[in-house]
Design a binder for this molecule. Structure first.
Ligand SMILES: NC(=O)c1ccc[n+]([C@@H]2O[C@H](COP(=O)([O-])OP(=O)(O)OC[C@H]3O[C@@H](n4cnc5c(N)ncnc54)[C@H](O)[C@@H]3O)[C@@H](O)[C@H]2O)c1
Length: 341
């Protein structure tokens, strides 16, 4: 198998997870470029891969583009950097959120089509084994009609987390705990529910982390077209990163995710658990550590010339729910979807 030449743009916190994943995929890929506006970070990343070059701007890489690029930069840069890489001929897997605005996500998708390249967005928790199983059960109708869902994220981000040039700002991060951390819960519930979001009523607050302009707490009632209502809560000021919890409830049973373990309770059957795989990457542990699975499928899809998960349109639907929550909080009113930009 010919190896894919890949590049990484943004060598900050999450790049440690990518370094570990790409090391495990060394039989499939050559990491040939590392880019970060702080050259020392690009050089440190490049040092892990023989022959990998480092740069502090995109230009040198775009002049000799890899076949695939991972974008791991601040949220407000995803659109412009993804489009630049697509135009140079690379397939792109960008970190979440796809972008800060729905019009940006649409432009990115259009540009991918125009350039004949694949564009996909990271949502690694869709690869948690219990979530894969839950989705299958739901699609087979084993939970019956879905009636509701809830999710709770009680995490800890110290004030120092926000002492950088983009986190904690509406313009560059695009929001706080909802768009950055709890977007994963919203994406999972949306994906499992498999029904469009109809309306969102939400509140946001900045209660404890007073050095930021965005929210450190949010709650919402999210209504789906299938009639189910999703109760959402998230905060970034708890004592530690408590395991994520979310549940989908149907007429014939429910699935409950705690951390990366899923408990399935079907009416009349003994409940059972699906444990996370033990293929855990080194480095900082995010919920969850399933990047390796998604990155592997990204490469596989490129080889098979098919759309890699998660397509831009899907990621944009999750972004739309996040933006509806923010708009509802700002206006103090229920927002129906589709949102107008
Ligand atoms: N999927 C997940 O679970 C997960 C977890 C953490 C972060 N992320 C995402 O990864 C992305 C990066 O987050 P992070 O926590 O690593 O942030 P970070 O601030 O630690 O790293 C961002 C890096 O981008 C670099 N950068 C900034 N502007 C640049 C530019 N113009 N060109 C090249 N490099 C530039 C910075 O110097 C920094 O090294 C975000 O989209 C974030 O939401 C995803």
């Amino acid at each position: 198998m010919e190896k894919l030449r890949v590049g990484v743009v943004g060598c900050g916190r999450i790049s440690n997870t990518y370094r570990a994943a790409l090391k495990q995929l060394e039989d499939e890929v050559d990491v040939v470029w590392a880019v970060d506006k702080v050259l020392a970070r690009a050089q440190a990343f490049a040092a892990s891969f023989p022959g990998c070059r480092a740069a502090d701007t995109l230009e040198p890489m775009l002049a000799d583009p890899p076949q695939a690029v991972h974008i791991l930069t601040p949220h407000h840069l995803h659109k412009q950097q993804a489009i630049a890489c697509l135009r140079a001929g690379a397939h792109v897997l960008t970190e979440k959120p796809v972008a800060l605005h729905l019009s940006d996500a649409r432009e990115m998708a259009q540009e991918a089509r125009r350039c004949g390249r694949w564009l996909a967005v990271v949502s690694q928790n869709r690869y948690i084994p219990g979530i894969v199983h839950a989705r299958k059960l739901i699609q087979e109708g084993r939970l019956g009609a879905l009636r509701g869902a809830w999710s709770q994220l009680t995490w800890w981000r110290p004030p120092s987390y926000y002492e950088c040039d983009w986190k904690g700002s509406w313009e560059t991060e695009g929001g706080g705990v909802v768009i950055d951390q709890a977007i994963h819960s919203i994406d999972l519930v949306r994906w499992l529910m498999d029904s469009p979001v109809k309306a969102v009523q939400g509140h946001i607050a900045r209660r404890i982390l007073t050095n930021i302009e965005v929210e450190d707490e949010a709650d919402a009632a999210i209504e789906f077209e299938n009639g189910a209502v999703y109760a959402f809560f998230a905060c970034n000021y708890y004592t530690h990163n408590s395991p994520i919890r979310l549940e989908i409830d149907g007429e014939k049973g429910s699935v409950l995710l705690e951390g990366e373990t899923v408990t399935v309770s079907l009416k009349g059957e003994k409940p059972y658990r699906i444990l996370p795989c033990d293929d855990v990457l080194e480095g900082e542990s995010y919920w969850g550590n399933n990047h390796l699975a998604q990155i592997r499928e990204f490469y596989q899809s490129i080889r098979e010339d098919r759309q890699p998960p998660v397509p831009t349109e899907e990621a944009a639907a999750t972004l739309e729910t996040v933006l509806a929550l923010y708009r509802s909080a700002r206006l103090g009113a229920r927002q129906t979807l589709p949102l107008r930009d």
